[in-house]
Design a protein around this ligand. Structure first.
Ligand code: HEM
Ligand code: HEM
Ligand SMILES: [Fe+2]
Length: 475
């Protein structure tokens, strides 16, 4: 991966820029996991690093790094596929490169400030310089504005290249969806001291990202990658992409109501949220079925077993289909009705869903795209999985599924003891967390976190070496 830019076979500067984004993404992914582990240990030993590196800080860096590495990998993927899809070199890649360095510098400063400043008074200065205090998107306002500028450069680059080049269906969806995705970020930027109002708009970013625009985004990546890896028919993947756009936006936008149950918004959101968010798994199931069905059908019809041109990427893509369906569709549906959510809200059940959904729907396919990038960078015709690739996908997936199961058990115990039996007060909250089911579940989560981290080490090793190894094997 490190040499992937220098020794490259990449003809376009956009693809080289894409690889640069992938590298930063993987570094931030590693930072995310380390922070998660610190927070997980603090669940078991609350005194661990107390007043040096508190839970609130570890947790905050954990989930902000998550969002930022995913955005990096998403921008990387777009730059990678841009010239390929549009058959155009790219309009202003020099400017794109400048944007990359500005963004990376800003992210570094923000993270250092998070780590070294940590706590202080909540006032205007804090909002501008330290932390905006909105979960997942905590960047201070100066960085927020910087991010908007860099994203504008990025978007303009993509849009102008699209206008100048060939206009495929995949790129049409991509360009329209990216506008919505970037525009939504603005909803999380202004300040109000009314917490209900703040949450109301904050969910526009978080929910409308992960349950609408990001889902459509990874749909475009899957379509592109399936064409590249197994030679999927463009008409077929594009048709499904348009259906997904329709269905995901249909249910996803009003599905927003499932976050408006208990934050002081009017009660009609109960019905709206219940109905539309319950429909959200439908496109996820359709997506899951179509990927596997199409693949089997095509092979059955042609009578030849399609060669998979990039095994590790394909493995991550299949994990994506399952992971999206399970993490978002099933674990999401579990707690989406207000009748259920009143018990599960704010328990470890939410964290179980959060982990499996973010991992299954996004981490998987973005790692897959990194492998697609590496194949291009080294000019390899068929990229096979090796021991490291297999250990990486197995251990990471096993670790995250293990964490999810542990957290689901912890959440179940909280629902029964804290909410149903003890009525959900202050004491109930602590009593439930002292009981053996909860404590053991947290221990298992930490163990499974270590498994995930070991898998990540294999992943880095593989990304660094698979290109050279595959090249040598081909020669
Ligand atoms: C890939 C898609 C998805 C991702 C990444 C995702 C992620 C998350 C995360 C991280 C949270 C916790 C937010 C917080 O910090 O408060 C959350 C909450 C929630 N999600 Fe999802 N989600 C996805 C899709 C879905 C779907 C499809 C459904 C419903 C069918 C759903 C239902 C919910 C509900 C009801 C909550 C609120 C939980 C509570 O009461 O605390 N999610 N989601
Ligand atoms: C080494 C592995 C990991 C460990 C030990 C870990 C641990 C943690 C801990 C302790 C929290 C705080 C939970 C709370 O406040 O109750 C957390 C939150 C979170 N983590 Fe992880 N994590 C790991 C990997 C991941 C991965 C791979 C993802 C997704 C790709 C992820 C996504 C999240 C999300 C979305 C939240 C916020 C959940 C919520 O508030 O509902 N984590 N994690
Ligand atoms: Fe949601």
């Amino acid at each position: 991966m490190l040499t992937s830019i220098k020794t490259n076979h990449l003809t376009s500067s956009g693809q080289r820029l894409g690889m640069m984004y992938f590298r930063v993404a993987i570094v931030l992914f590693g930072a995310q996991l380390l922070m998660g582990l610190i927070a997980a240990i603090q669940f078991l030993y609350p005194g661990f690093l107390f007043e040096l590196f508190d839970f609130s800080v570890a947790r905050m860096v954990h989930i902000n790094a998550l969002v930022v590495w995913m955005l990096y990998a998403m921008i990387g993927s777009v730059y990678y596929m841009l010239s390929d899809e549009t058959e155009h070199e790219g309009v202003a890649m020099g400017l794109g490169k400048l944007g990359f360095w500005v963004l990376t510098l800003a992210v570094t400063i923000v993270v250092l400030v998070y780590i070294f400043i940590q706590i202080g008074p909540g006032n205007e200065t804090t909002i501008w310089l330290i932390n905006e205090g909105r979960e997942y998107i905590e960047a201070p306002r100066w960085a927020d504005i910087g991010i908007v500028v860099v994203v504008l450069i990025f978007y303009w680059n993509v849009f102008a290249t699209f206008m100048a080049g060939k206009k495929t269906g995949i790129m049409q969806v991509m360009v329209a969806n990216l506008l919505a995705l970037a525009g939504l970020y603005l909803a999380g930027m202004f300040f109000t001291d009314n917490i209900s109002m703040d949450q109301y708009w904050w969910w526009w970013v978080i929910h409308l990202w992960v349950e609408a625009t990001w889902e459509v985004f990874v749909g475009t990546l899957a379509a592109y990658a399936l064409i590249k890896i197994i030679g999927a028919k463009r008409e077929v993947v594009e048709m499904w992409l348009w259906i997904e756009v329709l269905m995901l936006f249909g249910s996803g936008i009003l599905g927003l109501g499932h976050h408006y149950f208990w934050i002081g918004t009017p009660e009609y959101w109960w019905e709206i949220g219940a109905l539309f968010s319950a429909l959200e798994p439908v496109p996820l199931i359709a997506m899951f079925v179509h990927v596997l069905y199409d693949w089997g059908k095509e092979q059955g019809e042609s009578g030849v077993r399609e060669t998979v041109k990039n095994n590790p990427a394909m493995a991550w893509l299949v994990t994506n289909a399952f992971g999206n369906f399970l993490g978002a569709g099933i674990w999401g549906f579990f707690h989406t009705l207000p009748q259920v959510n009143i018990y599960t809200h704010g328990t470890q059940f939410t964290a179980a869903h959060g982990h499996l959904a973010f991992f299954g729907a996004y981490a998987t396919i973005l790692v897959g795209m990194m492998y697609v990038g590496l194949q291009g960078a080294y000019g390899i015709k068929e990229m096979k999985s090796n021991f490291n690739s297999k250990m990486a996908i197995f251990l990471i997936t096993f670790g995250v599924v293990g964490m999810t199961v542990a957290l689901t058990i912890a959440g179940y115990e909280q629902v029964l003891v804290e909410r149903a039996e003890l009525g959900g007060g202050w004491n109930a909250f602590f009593t439930a967390q002292d009981l053996p089911w909860y404590v053991q579940a947290q221990l298992w989560r930490a163990i499974m976190g270590v498994v995930t981290l070991v898998g990540f080490v294999y992943l880095v090793l593989d990304l660094l070496t698979i290109g050279k190894r595959a090249k040598a094997a081909e020669a």
